[in-house]
Ligand binder design. Structure first.
Ligand code: PAF
Length: 273
């Protein structure tokens, strides 16, 4: 595995290669969810590139930019063991200048749900992803379904900006108790982790209601909220794959999303139906 810090050097190297490139952008603190993205990229491409960059522009003032877990050596080892060919490890100065062109998330889909509790977050995500995709120029780029709204907006950006990249969604990985894997799970105490299990439990309840023929969104949301209590709930929503609210679950076109806070940690989860 070769490690690059400089965007220009990585670009030169990648442009000299033959074969398809699969790209997995990450913010590090790699876990099995990231490894499943890398595995998928390896299956579908000749060359796999991973980036690790804790992107400052997607953190709002007062959020966890400083305390976000950084584990350079362990992450390098994980990438090596997972068979990554190139690791891109830039500094903020390698990616951003002082007076910057930046992308704006769309007014509606970028400012509902997570975008409503974190206004501007998705503009930062889209800007950095655009930069990373321009540096790597992959055939395929891999994103987890756990961050469903992020995945939706990146797919929209690739389409609306006429980009030559295929955005590949990858299923959420869970721990043995059902908690969706996330680098932010590191922040949870044992008790907060226990409480956080209400999140997958609420989604399980939604699934069982739907299986028994209850498909009205308000009934599902009400039951999910009851299970999530006393966690602080940012939102529970039933939307279609374009992120428009649904009155009723439409099989094959529905995502049920939850964001709740355990301790001080915001946790996201969802199911695609
Ligand atoms: O999902 C993440 O880890 C980040 O939002 C991403 C896509 C790497 C952009 O910084």
């Amino acid at each position: 595995m070769r490690v690059f810090q400089s965007p220009a050097e990585l670009k030169n190297e990648l442009r000299s290669l033959d074969g398809s490139i699969g790209f997995v952008p990450t913010m590090g603190a790699l876990h099995n969810g990231h490894i499943s993205l890398i595995k998928k990229a390896k299956e579908q491409n000749d060359i796999v590139v991973v980036s690790i960059f804790v992107n400052p522009t997607q953190f709002l003032k007062g959020e966890d930019l400083e305390k976000y877990p950084r584990r350079q050596d362990a992450d390098k080892r994980v990438c090596e063991l997972a068979g990554v060919d190139y690791l891109f490890y830039p500094d903020a100065n390698d990616i951003y200048e002082k007076d910057e062109v930046s992308l704006c998330a769309p007014n509606v889909r970028g400012y509902i749900l997570e975008g409503s509790s974190r206004p501007g977050h998705f503009s930062g995500v889209l800007t950095v992803v655009m930069k990373l995709l321009n540096i790597v120029r992959p055939a395929n780029a891999y994103f987890g379904k756990k961050d469903a709204q992020q995945l939706n907006l990146i797919t929209l950006m690739a389409k609306q900006m006429f980009m030559d990249v295929n955005i590949v969604p990858v299923d959420t990985m869970r721990d043995a108790f059902g908690l969706a894997l996330s680098s932010r799970n590191d922040y949870l105490s044992a008790q907060e982790r226990e409480e956080a299990l209400k999140i997958p439990a609420s989604l399980k309840k939604a699934t069982s209601m739907i299986m028994s023929g209850i498909c009205e969104s308000d009934r599902i949301i009400e039951q999910m909220r009851a299970i999530l209590s006393p966690l602080e709930i940012s939102y529970v929503a039933v939307v279609d794959r374009e992120f428009k609210p649904l009155q009723r679950v439409e099989p094959g076109n529905t995502i049920i999303l939850v964001e709740a806070v355990s301790g001080t940690t915001r946790l996201l989860d969802n199911i695609w139906l």
